[in-house]
Design a protein around this ligand. Structure first.
Ligand SMILES: Cc1cc2nc3c(=O)[nH]c(=O)nc-3n(C[C@H](O)[C@H](O)[C@H](O)COP(=O)(O)OP(=O)(O)OC[C@H]3O[C@@H](n4cnc5c(N)ncnc54)[C@H](O)[C@@H]3O)c2cc1C
Length: 328
């Protein structure tokens, strides 16, 4: 990417999309400044489960169903991205358990996602995962080594003399008018500290149980239209009752409840590419698959800024695709 050598670029937001984009731009020789304002604790990336799950996401989430091929291609960028950044990539697959397992197996087959129907569950090796608790510090360390300058400040307004990438999650800004089309989906997720159950993600109706170094993670709610970070203990209790393995007793187990806000678009895909405002580029709106999509978003953004071909998904992800529809 010759067009980036020595060029200054600002990135607003240090969630997974901003961090991955900073990595890709620094690799191409850009002089990156990352505006990392975590003062409101609003990063969805830090609370996410970290599943890289093209198969079960496309199979179980109707909004994601058309996007299996894109999701898979994004996932396939992960092995190189993980090696470059020191992120531990776990390729142990995922199970689905429950009375709908036959329908889920049929759904995976219809997508063309390889799976294995076993007596009590359906297994797919297509879905991988990372642990955000390990991945975020690893990425920050990689960025330090790549001399990315990080400032603990909010970017208030882009400097018109510097190309600026907007990776600010669900926040909307007048200076990036496309962000008016983002909607919010609040999510509760629980961690049961110190409990470990193998390596495989377990899916079931209404959620998942995901291993992590911190303990079992049970998630996650999809509360459309909400953007407050308040923990609702009723919602968290229902999540626990629905998903906790039977041996984990409700009255005896400690649990940590966290909330994150996902930014979403009407078609479930992020906005990646040029804003109508000159010099501004979007990398937002990855809904419930920001970790999965991050290396793709980063690579496309770097290609745009270098003046290279952003690849086959540029139309599908173009920020201008909602123009003419009503923003919310
Ligand atoms: C409970 C839950 C579970 C999830 N599980 C998964 C999963 O298993 N797999 C998966 O792929 N995805 C998952 N997701 C979705 C994923 O977390 C998001 O898609 C992803 O984290 C979005 O990353 P982001 O960088 O766009 O935004 P964020 O992580 O929200 O980061 C944006 C950052 O920008 C900062 N910011 C805002 N305005 C400014 C400004 N003006 N200047 C500087 N900084 C600013 C914010 O403070 C924030 O730190 C989950 C989400 C939730 C809530």
């Amino acid at each position: 990417m010759k067009g980036l050598e020595g060029r200054p670029v600002h990135i607003a937001g240090a969630g997974i999309l901003g961090l991955a984009t900073a990595h890709e731009l620094a690799k191409a020789g850009a002089r990156v400044t990352l505006f990392d304002c975590r003062d409101d604790g609003a990063s969805a990336s830090a609370v996410a489960a970290g599943m890289l799950a093209p198969a079960f996401e496309a199979c179980l989430d109707p909004v994601s169903r058309p996007h299996y091929r894109l999701f898979r291609e994004a996932r396939d960028l992960w092995p190189d991205f993980a090696v470059e950044t020191g992120i531990d990539l776990v390729r142990s697959g995922a199970n689905y358990r429950g009375s709908e397992a036959d329908a889920v197996a049929a759904g995976l087959e219809a997508l063309g996602a390889p799976s294995d129907r076993r007596p009590d569950f359906v297994f797919t090796a297509e879905d991988w995962r990372v642990d955000p608790g390990q991945a975020l510090p690893a990425l920050r360390k990689a960025l330090d080594s790549a001399r990315v300058r990080t400032t603990q400040q909010r970017l208030e307004v882009p400097d018109p003399a510097v190309q600026t990438v907007v990776a600010t999650g669900w926040k909307s800004h007048e200076w990036a008018p496309e962000t008016a089309f983002l909607t919010t989906i609040k999510g509760h997720i629980l961690t049961i500290p110190g409990v470990y159950r193998g390596d495989v993600v377990e899916r079931t109706r209404g959620g998942y149980v995901c291993p992590s170094a911190a303990g079992l993670r049970l998630g996650a709610t999809m509360e459309a239209g909400k953007s407050d970070l308040k923990v609702d203990l009723m919602v968290a209790g229902a999540l626990f009752d629905r998903l906790a393995p039977p041996s984990i007793l409700a009255d005896q187990s400690a649990r940590i409840v966290q909330v994150g806000i996902r930014a979403a678009t009407a078609d479930g895909l992020p906005m990646v590419g040029p804003s109508a405002r000159s010099g501004v580029w979007l990398a937002v709106g990855a809904r419930r698959n920001g970790w999965l999509l991050a290396p793709l978003v980063a690579r496309m953004t770097a290609a745009y800024l270098a003046g290279d071909d952003p690849g086959p998904w540029s139309q599908a992800l173009h920020p201008g695709r909602f123009e003419g529809s009503t923003g919310e």
